[in-house]
Design a protein around this ligand. Structure first.
Ligand code: GLT
Ligand code: MN
Ligand code: MN
Length: 389
């Protein structure tokens, strides 16, 4: 019998080169795994059933590499992609590792740093387009401060807006069919990062020259670091047609960014978010921005990658079972019941509707006495999640 949770190409799962390629270096210790070369990472991902691989410019081409070396590396990488049938749906720029970006990139105080950040991003966009990417992610890791003395926060927003406008114009000039996806994070590596949540990004997008080109890339861990509900972030983005990409991983509460295996820390939150993505018909890539525990060798990295994808597929099946459960359906039908008696006042505003509403008598005590059966509904979700139903 075939395993229904075996990841396959058609599931469109993707990983960053920096995720499966993470050698386990952290703030307290050195690398614990060999650094695999990009073509080796392509082979590893193909071997576990992934659809694609995403990258920062520097994940592939070392910072400052001469043009001839860049071309050789890119050609070798493309051969590996072809040999293994992997795609590059998303690309991004590393604007955080080099010392030049220690004060940020697009929001840095030094105009030469801001200009260099734009140049580096234009070159990275060219690379992404060459590799066939259709989404370009912006994660402003160092776009923030440790002290409010450092930067005018209003000026910082203007600088960030200028950069994104410049880059959308650049893509249009070049005829690139690329959509930008902005990724929020509240802190780390800066003490406080600008536009710290998906909601903040969504408001900012509307102020751009080409808002239609720009959406979001919410990350589970980042919203959880801010103590927020991830599904709500997804929903707000989806409702505005702005869910261009998603970074799936996990996180234990509001602490440093853990980038844990998807669904490993908070499977219930993962259950709701998978149910959401599947029920609305999200068609973008399911990208895992996570890495294996530092205890793992390369085989453990494969376990990690398979685990992310399997858990997604298992939760998808669990969510379907929950929604097909007749008791769940009955409870939800009761919650959604509407006898139409308020439809005259709950439609669009009109002076007549306002007059009717001001004159209506309600029975708040009776309305307040109702039980909603959310306890039963949630227990049913838990039982589906735990596999006993
Ligand atoms: C970095 C960060 C991620 C971003 C990546 C894209 S790099 O690992 O923590 O959340 O998605 O720049
Ligand atoms: Mn993260
Ligand atoms: Mn991310």
């Amino acid at each position: 019998m075939t395993d229904p949770f075996e990841p396959r190409r058609e599931h469109r799962f993707t990983f960053g080169l920096w995720t499966v390629g993470n050698p386990g270096r952290d703030a307290f210790g050195a690398a614990v795994r060999p650094t695999l070369r990009p073509p080796e990472l392509v082979a590893l991902l193909a071997g576990v059933g992934a659809y694609g691989v995403n990258l920062h410019d520097e994940d592939l081409v070392p910072f400052g590499a001469p043009a001839a070396e860049r071309d050789r590396i890119v050609a070798e990488f493309k051969r590996a992609l072809d040999d293994h049938g992997l795609r590059v749906p998303m690309a991004t720029t590393n604007l955080f590792s080099q010392p030049v970006f220690k004060d940020g990139a697009f929001t840095a105080n030094d105009p030469a740093v801001r200009a260099f950040a734009l140049q580096k991003t234009m070159r990275a966009i060219e690379l992404g387009v060459e590799l066939g990417a259709s989404t370009y992610v912006f994660w402003g890791g160092r776009e923030g401060v440790e002290t409010q003395a450092a930067k005018d926060p209003v000026e910082a927003l203007k600088r960030f807006r200028h950069a994104l406008n410049f880059l959308t114009h650049f893509c249009r000039d070049r005829g690139y069919d690329l959509r930008f996806a902005l990724e929020a994070k509240p802190n780390e590596p800066r003490a406080d990062i600008y536009l710290p949540t998906t909601g903040a990004m969504l408001a900012f997008i509307e102020t751009l020259d080409h808002p239609e080109m720009v959406g979001v890339n919410p990350e589970v861990a980042h919203e959880h670091m801010a103590g927020l509900d991830f599904t709500h972030a997804l929903a707000q983005a989806w409702e505005r047609g702005k869910l261009f990409h998603v970074d799936l991983n996990d996180q234990q509460g509001p602490r440093y960014d853990q980038d844990l295996r998807f669904g490993s820390a908070n499977p219930k939150a993962a259950f709701w978010l998978v149910r959401f993505l599947e029920s609305v018909g999200y068609e973008g890539p399911r990208h895992f921005d996570a890495h294996a525990y530092r205890t793992e060798d390369v085989e453990g990295v494969r376990d990690f990658a398979r685990g992310c994808m399997r858990t997604y597929l298992i939760l998808r099946e669990r969510a379907r079972a929950f929604d097909a459960d007749s008791e769940v359906r009955d409870l939800l039908a009761a919650l959604r019941a509407d006898d139409g008696s308020q439809s005259d006042v709950l439609g669009a505003y009109s002076p007549a509707a306002a007059r009717a509403l001001l004159g209506r008598r309600f029975e708040p005590a009776a309305l307040g006495a109702r039980g909603y059966r959310y306890e039963r509904l949630d227990q049913l979700a838990v039982e589906h999640l735990l596999g006993v139903r």
